[in-house]
Design a protein around this ligand. Sequence first.
Ligand code: GRF
Length: 206
Amino acid sequence: MTTREPRTIGVLISGRGSNLQALIDAVADGTLDAQIAVVISNKANVTGLDRARTAGIDTLVLDHRGFASRDEYDAEIARELRARGVSLVCLAGFMRLIGAPLLEAFPNAILNVHPSLLPAFPGVDAQRQAVEHGVKVSGATVHLVTGELDGGPIVLQSAVPVRDDDTVDVLSERILIEEHRLYPQAVCLILDGRWRVDGRRFLVAD
Ligand code: GRF
């Protein structure tokens, strides 16, 4: 097995990849001191793969439908990430639940970005859930991934207003701006290593 490189990231995507782009841009402009070793998508022909290729990043399509079980699929992803020395996994619009083989291979080393202020509105269509619920404030959350869907310790959050005339699309755009700002920051924080998890709480050292 390849040794893990301390500042080496693997990104998992399923689609557009705008959060992947935010990470690529942060690496390129020096605000994120890391290398993105690989981008893995469970879907072929998605924009996120083009973004990775344009940035010269190794890409891999692993279609979950080709595997007998979710565990086998997750174990294969873990193998591919380890083979490239990845120490931190970033989910960026990866539309699959993460199971035990991947969680155990990367304990407290998988991050996700979610378009709501968790624990409000976990799961799909978080922005629609927020509009339909009638909340006045929503936002973005970066959290560590555990076996509970969108339920791991919260690393960073940012709030945005929900306005009376917002459509789901308009709110999504406003939240996305915060996602793109927050995600590279959260990755820096994790890679700097001056943090610990205490129960549900993610705590940064003084
Ligand atoms: C983002 O809204 C993210 O919060 C959610 O899925 C969306 C992915 O968008 N998990 P993109 O693929 O990063 O553009």
